[in-house]
Each structure stands twice: as structure tokens, then as C-alpha cells.
Design a protein around this ligand. Structure first.
Ligand code: ADP
Ligand code: MG
Length: 820
């Protein structure tokens, strides 16, 4: 069915390869595959057929003679207009040079700026198209942001040192999206904080980019599976993960299936023991990249970009040395030397009980937008309250607030509704307020780097004179020193871990053990703060010295899904069951008891690990195997569910199902939008549609909500969405008929509605937190069973599939009706 020219191209490229020639001969005999196709040479044929789709100056002739099969595969993927198509992993495996060929055809901007390169690889053009900005940022007059973005587009490895708020994310997102478009490539962004990853994905979503995904520990199993699927199926071109995730086999497998075009390391100062934020896990990044290249048989180093705001010389050289030694790559440096001349620093020695008075004096004196930094969440809240009760317009901000509260308070400060924000160091990321004239450190920062970043949020506007004060007394420092000393690891402790590992490996070379098990083996007190981190750090030191090698993490097995109402009932069932012998009965009871108490603790938010089988084995002192055995029997007996266990915060008051109100708003908006679909490619003028919806009385209509719905439609492949670069208009390409889309929406809405009613009922009597949310545990199986029961009362349908339930859950969490 191919057009003649493509037949000829494949014939020429593959005809001499014995893996393909048999088929081609057959096709020729059967159908006259090549008949009537004579004339132009292959190179010209390719250039004509792919004009505007590949760089005009790429050396197609050389590729056709040196790597014809790879070129054929490359052209096949380029020809697939579907952005989400990816080359099958086995092709990359057997013909590893395919990635390089695609790269040379589509990703290297030529000096002459041919039509393809001008259109697709021009940084400025893409800046406008993707982010809507007219120009790149400059530092001290130097166009460093553009230079770094262009270097990345050209495939260089680099280290960019820009100040906080300087626009580092955009500098790597832009080349990543360009590469996603050009070669369906994936950029892996390694970032130390889960909340930062989510923020960035959300930010991109607001900008209309549906190509970014994060996989991190905050995701529920359903969200995690969905994110993984989007990566492996090619629907993501940026993946945010933590350095620790690189030790996961699942992540490695997912990445191996994709063409990873670049690794980005955000907050790269974590590499350096000279920065305060040294993270052991960063040390594994280089090993991972090397292993990835080996697995995929790639010779050309995969480029790396590092980003940090820390300009300290030692930090910069540590980062560059690391990549030179591990991977033999040289990071080109893009660093600003810009200094801030309009900031004035002062340290005031103040006793603790006089701090508040001093703060009020400073505020009164300066009377301008002010950030007050404190070190603890609680202080942020109480200090803000105190200021308010004394007549100041102040709000608090800290990492443990709900994201809506964070946004509210940040917005109030940015828009000058309140003059003062009292915040922990969580505040400031991505905040770009130019008229802050005063930053007061009510409590001193824990490092000089953090201090400089926080104080640096004053006086963004060079024209204002800003003051930065530290209110300090000796006790403050003592607190920090104490914490610092606690985190220090001595040589003696490293030796204890070495001894423990030797004991564990007495009879074999490889051993799998949790950090806690190793700590216990070393005779450490496991209640010590950060014991896991300390063990991992010690192992990293041993690894560095060549004593051990730490491999991939072993999947964590969780024992979850308690099906009995309480301990007494569980105990009863265990006693009566013939599945357990006396010893096993005892084990099973202890396991279920600790699971039940972990569940009641989970409201406090520290459930992590408590249901992990290795931990249970450790805590109960009976070893992993016996726990596994007990869990298996508990599952067989139906005391533990053999299914995914989850919980959700649903929004409710005493009487009202707030979650349902949100759903019903979105449902009517979604039906309204669906009714506007023509079934063909169409323009969707957001603002006009929104105005019309408001006129028609659709209660949930806002531009923001419309974008949310479109985002969901895009990631679920109902439609494809493109934004026109000139007028920013949104175009919709439906993947299914209008009727099919409407059916999917209606079906999902029905199930979502059921879920919320069910969970609401289930949550009655549960304590509602200050954000009016109640935590409800449930499982997929439970939802499916109850849906079926409810349905059988009204009609004769046969329930729903787990995919349908998952879809509804993801939707509910996307629109903010619940928090999975
Ligand atoms: P950081 O360097 O601290 O990581 P971010 O990447 O979070 O900073 O960027 C801070 C803000 O600057 C973001 O809101 C981003 O949209 C904005 N920004 C970045 N580059 C530009 C640009 N060229 N023009 C306008 N705004 C920009
Ligand atoms: Mg950043």
C-alpha cells in the first residue's frame, strides 16, 4: 500500500540485505513492487520525499551506503506523522545506529538554516511557540539562557549555573520538547524533590504541554502504572524521576524501550559534598547512564545537562570531574558571574524573646513587600497569626500545606494583597516577584547556599534598594550544629557497616538486604534519625573505595488490603482456619496486628514502609521469609485482599459531598465541550468557547478548567491537540468518532459518580481534617464489586472493568475531586 517512491526507497536500502531481500523478491514477483520505478538516484529520491522533514544538509548519500537498514528504519519513523509512534525497542537493539541516524537527519541544526532546521530547531522560534515568550533571559547582558538551550539542541553536554528563579527549567524543557518532536526521543530529568517534579509537570500542563510525566513515590499505584505506560508507549518526551528511581528495574526497563536523547540533572550541586545538599543517590547517575548505554549497545555518549544555582568553584569542578571520570564527557560551562549590587546585608544579634519586637521594627521601618524566613512549619503558622493579630497583613507558607492553600497564599503575596509572607525554605521556588524590598531571617538558614538563595529573592528589580537581615543568637547556631553532628558519619561507623556486609555475604557473593537489616546487623540502633540514609551513605563510601558494588533495588513487596473490620475478627478467622499450623498462626496474627496498627497510623502520614514485607520481618524479628509465608496464607484465607490497596482524600463536610460538586461541574463542562466536537479536525477558541459556556449557564466553565479537560482528553488519546504558534489557537484532532468519545465520557462519569458516592458513604464517621478532607482506604476490587452490586439493583449490566475504574480514579484526581 506504500506510495511508489517509498517502495523504491525501501527497495534500494534493503534489497541487498539478506534479512529483507527474500521478502522484497517475493513482493516484486507477487505484486510488481518495484515495477515502473526507475530514474532518480536514491539520495535525490529521499530528499524529495522527505523535503521539509529532514535537514537538507544531512549527508543522506553516506548514510544510504554505510547504514542503509538503519536509514530505512529512521525514515519509517520520520514518516509516521503520529507523534507518539516510537521505533520498537528490538530495532534499536539490533540496529543501535538507528538512533544516531535519526539524530543526524533531524536533530543537528545545520549552519545554513535549511527550511527544516529553521522551522524546527530554532530556539527562539520554539520559545515563542511552546512557552509564548518573546526573548530569552540574559544575565549581566550575556544571553546565557539562549546559549545553553542552543548548545543542548546541538547535542552538547553542559553545566548551567543560573541564579534561583533564573529560568533553568525552561532551559532544559525547550530542547527536550524539540527532541521529542524531532525524533520521538525522551529526555530524563533527575531531580531531588518529589514536590518539585510535580510542580514542573503541572507548570508545563498549564502551558499546554501534555508531554511531561513524573514517576515518584507520591503516586498511587494506579497513577504510577499510568505514568509508566505513557513513557513506554511514547506519549511522554520528558520524564522526571528521582535519582533513587534509577535503581528500579521497572524504570530501567521502561527507559531501555525508549530512545533517551539526554539526561538532565537538576539541582546538580547535590553531586558535591561541598554543597549542603549532598545526596548519595546522585553518585549512581553516571553508573546508570553507562549501564544504559551498554544495555542498548550505544557507543556515542548520551549528552548530559546539569543545572544548579550554586556557583561555588569547588561545586562546579566536582560536577565536571564526576562526568569526565565516569563517562568521559566534558560539560561546557554556562555560568553567570552576575553579582547583586542592590542588596544590603546585616546580621542583628537578638535574644530569642526579643526577636518578635525586632521583626516588627524592621517591617515598620521598611514598609514594603517582605519575606520572613523561619525554619519550622509550626513557627511559620504561629508567627503569621501573631502578625495578623497585631494588625499586619500576613500569610504563612510551608511545605506541608495543601497545594491549593500554597497557591492562595503565594498569590496573595505576589499580587500585593498581603504585604508579608512568613515562610519556610519551601517558599520561593518558581516565585518571581520583583518588588520584594525586605527579607528577614527570623531563624538562620542551615547553610550559606540556602541563605544566599533566600536572601536573593529580595530586590529582583535592580532599581530598588533591598535589605536582608538575619536575626540571630548563639542558640540558633547550636541547634544547627547539633543536627549537623547527628548526620555526620564516622570512619568507625563505616567500618561497622563493612563488617555487617562481610557477615551477610559470608556464604555468597551477592546479597539482598534492606538498609534496616544492614543497620541491625551492624548493631546500630535503628531508631536513630535517618538510619536508612546513613547506611546508604556508608555503602556509597565503601563503593567509592572499591570494596562493594551496590546494584539495583529489589522490588518492595507490600502486605496490604486488610479485609476484616478489626483485629478480633481477623484473629478469629486465623484460629478457625486449617491453613495455618501453630507457629504460622502466631506469625499471621502478629503480621496482621502490625498492619492494622500501621493503617491507623497512616493518617499521620508516616505509613511509608510499615507494610513492606522486609520491614515487617525486621520489626517483628521473624525474618522476611516467615512474613511472606504468613502474608500468602492471609491472602488465601481472604483476610488480606489480593489486590491493589489505595486510599484517597475526598472532600466533604459533615453533610456535603464536595467532591461530587466538583465532579458535577466538570461533568457538565465536559459534556458541553464534547457537544462542540464536530468529529473532524477543528479549531477550539478557548476564550470564546468559555464565554459561550458561561452564557449557556455551564457552572464549571473557566478557561483553566477547559484546559484541564483537554489535557485529560489528550493523555487518554481521545484527541490530539496542537497549539498554533501565531495566534495561540488550539486545534483538536479527534482520534475517535464523536459518538465514541461521548460514550466514553458518559461511562466514565457514571463510574466516577458511583465512586464518590460510595467513598462518601464509607467515610462517614471519619475525622475530617482542617482542609475538609477525609481519608478513605479502598481497593479496586472493592469498587468493582460494589459497582456491580449497585448496578444489579437497577439494570442488568455486568459491572465494570478495572481499567474503567482506574480511568475514573485518574480523572477524579486530575480534576481535583479527590487526592489519590
Ligand atoms: P530556576 O532557575 O530557579 O529553576 P525556574 O526555571 O523555576 O527557575 O524559572 C523561574 C520563572 O522564570 C518561571 O516562571 C519561568 O516561566 C520564567 N522564565 C524562564 N525563562 C523565561 C523567559 N525567557 N522569559 C520569561 N520568563 C521566563
Ligand atoms: Mg529549578
Amino acid at each position: 500500500a506504500l506510495p511508489e517512491s517509498m517502495r523504491r526507497i525501501y527497495g534500494e536500502l534493503l534489497g541487498n540485505d539478506r534479512h529483507f531481500s527474500g521478502f522484497l523478491d517475493y513482493a516484486e514477483q507477487k505484486r510488481g513492487f518495484f515495477s515502473n520505478l526507475i530514474g532518480r538516484p536514491i539520495e535525490k529520491l529521499i530528499r524529495d520525499e522527505f523535503s521539509g522533514k529532514i535537514c537538507r544538509n544531512a549527508d543522506v548519500g553516506a548514510m544510504a551506503s554505510m547504514t542503509p537498514v538503519e536509514l530505512a528504519y529512521a525514515l519509517a519513523i520520520i514518516r509516521a506523522d503520529d507523534k507518539y509512534s516510537i521505533t520498537p525497542p528490538w530495532v534499536f537493539r539490533n540496529y543501535p545506529k538507528t538512533e544516531e541516524v535519526i539524530h543526524r537527519l533531524r536533530e543537528i541544526p545545520c549552519a545554513e538554516e535549511c527550511p527544516y532546521c529553521r522551522e524546527h530547531l530554532n530556539a527562539k522560534k520554539q520559545l515563542k511557540k511552546i512557552f509564548g515568550f518573546d526573548s530569552f533571559r540574559t544575565y549581566d547582558g550575556e544571553p546565557l539562557q539562549e546559549n545553553a538551550a542552543v548548545a543542548a539542541i546541538r547535542g552538547k553536554s553542559l553545566l548551567a549555573v543560573f541564579p534561583t528563579g533564573g529560568g533553568k527549567s525552561l532551559t532544559f524543557q525547550l530542547p527536550a520538547l524539540v527532541a521529542g518532536e524531532a525524533s520521538h526521543g525522551l529526555t530524563v530529568v533527575i531531580s531531588p524533590l518529589q514536590s518539585l517534579m510535580k510542580d514542573q509537570v503541572d507548570h508545563l500542563e498549564e502551558a499546554g504541554v501534555a508531554d511531561a510525566v513524573t514517576i515518584n513515590g507520591l503516586l498511587s499505584p494506579v497513577e504510577r502504572a499510568d505514568a509508566l505506560e505513557r513513557v513506554t508507549e511514547g506519549k511522554a518526551s520528558i520524564l522526571y524521576i528521582s535519582p533513587e528511581s534509577l535503581r528500579s528495574n521497572t524504570i530501567e526497563r521502561a527507559l531501555v524501550r525508549r530512545n533517551v536523547v539526554r539526561f538532565v540533572v537538576d539541582e546538580a550541586h547535590c553531586f558535591s559534598a561541598w554543597g549542603q545538599d549532598f545526596r548519595v543517590d546522585y553518585m549512581y547517575i553516571g553508573d546508570f547512564i553507562r549501564r544504559y548505554m551498554e544495555l542498548k549497545n550505544i557507543r556515542q555518549p548520551i549528552p548530559v545537562s546539569c543545572f544548579t544555582a550554586t556557583a561555588k568553584q569547588k561545586v562546579v569542578s566536582d560536577i565536571r570531574d564526576y562526568f569526565r571520570q565516569k563517562l568521559g564527557i566534558e560539560l561546557e560551562l554556562f555560568a553567570t558571574r552576575a553579582t547583586r549590587t542592590n542588596l544590603h546585608y546585616a546580621v542583628l544579634h537578638v535574644e530569642t524573646n526579643e526577636k518578635y519586637a525586632a521583626l516588627r521594627r524592621l517591617i515598620a521601618q521598611k514598609n514594603c513587600p517582605t519575606i520572613v524566613y523561619v525554619s519550622r512549619t509550626r513557627t511559620a503558622v504561629t508567627l503569621a497569626e501573631k502578625l495578623v493579630s497585631d494588625g499586619y497583613a500576613a500569610r504563612a507558607y510551608h511545605g506541608k500545606m495543601s497545594s491549593s492553600e500554597k497557591v492562595d497564599n503565594q498569590e496573595a503575596f505576589i499580587s500585593n494583597k498581603v504585604q508579608i509572607i512568613v515562610a519556610t525554605s519551601a517558599f520561593g521556588m518558581g516565585v518571581d516577584k520583583s518588588d520584594v524590598g525586605l527579607v528577614v531571617h527570623y531563624e538562620i538558614s542551615d547553610s550559606l547556599e540556602n541563605y544566599v538563595q533566600e536572601a536573593g529573592r529580595a530586590g529582583r528589580d535592580q532599581k530598588i534598594d533591598a535589605d536582608c537581615y538575619v536575626l540571630f543568637n548563639d542558640d540558633d547556631l547550636n541547634k544547627h550544629f547539633m543536627l549537623l553532628n547527628q548526620t555526620k558519619l564516622s570512619i568507625g561507623e563505616i567500618q561497622q557497616i563493612w563488617k555487617a556486609i562481610k557477615d551477610l555475604t559470608k556464604t555468597r557473593k551477592n546479597v539482598t538486604a534492606s538498609a534496616l537489616e544492614i543497620a541491625r546487623q551492624a548493631g546500630w540502633d535503628e531508631s536513630v534519625r535517618d538510619v536508612e540514609t546513613r547506611v546508604k551513605t556508608a555503602i556509597a563510601a565503601l563503593e567509592n573505595a572499591g570494596y562493594v558494588e551496590r546494584g539495583k533495588n529489589v522490588p518492595r513487596v507490600y502486605a496490604t488490603g486488610i479485609m476484616t473490620p478489626n483485629m478480633a475478627a481477623a484473629s478469629d478467622m486465623i484460629e478457625r482456619s486449617p491453613r495455618f499450623d501453630a507457629q504460622e498462626k502466631q506469625d499471621a496474627k502478629r503480621v496482621i496486628k502490625s498492619l492494622i496498627s500501621a493503617r491507623s497510623r497512616s493518617e499521620a502520614g508516616n505509613e511509608d514502609g510499615e507494610s513492606r514485607i522486609d520491614y515487617l520481618g525486621d520489626i517483628l524479628g521473624i525474618g522476611t521469609e516467615r512474613v511472606e509465608n504468613a502474608v500468602q496464607r492471609l491472602r488465601e484465607e481472604g483476610i488480606l485482599a489480593d489486590s491493589t490497596d489505595m486510599s484517597a482524600y475526598i472532600r466533604r463536610t459533615e453533610t456535603e459531598n464536595r467532591s461530587k460538586q466538583i465532579l458535577s461541574k466538570f461533568s457538565s463542562l465536559e459534556s458541553y465541550l464534547a457537544s462542540k466536537l464536530t468529529g473532524e479536525v477543528q479549531e477550539l477558541p478557548l476564550k470564546e468557547i468559555n464565554d459561550a459556556a458561561v452564557r449557556d449557564g455551564v457552572s464549571g466553565a473557566t478557561v483553566r478548567n477547559i484546559i484541564t479537560v483537554l489535557y485529560y482528553w489528550t493523555i487518554r488519546s481521545y484527541v490530539k491537540k496542537k497549539t498554533n504558534e501565531e495566534d495561540k489557537q488550539v486545534w483538536i484532532f479527534p482520534s475517535d468518532s464523536k459518538q465514541t468519545i461521548e460514550n466514553r465520557i458518559a461511562r466514565r462519569a457514571e463510574i466516577a459518580d458511583f465512586i464518590l458516592s460510595y467513598l462518601f458513604e464509607k467515610s462517614s464517621g471519619t475525622k475530617v481534617n482542617e482542609r475538609e478532607e477525609a481519608l478513605v482506604p479502598f481497593s479496586l476490587l472493592e469498587l468493582m464489586d460494589n459497582f456491580k452490586t449497585r448496578e444489579s439493583l437497577t439494570n442488568d449490566r455486568t459491572g465494570c472493568t478495572s481499567d474503567e475504574v482506574k480511568d475514573a480514579l485518574l480523572y477524579l484526581s486530575k480534576i481535583g475531586a479527590m487526592n489519590l
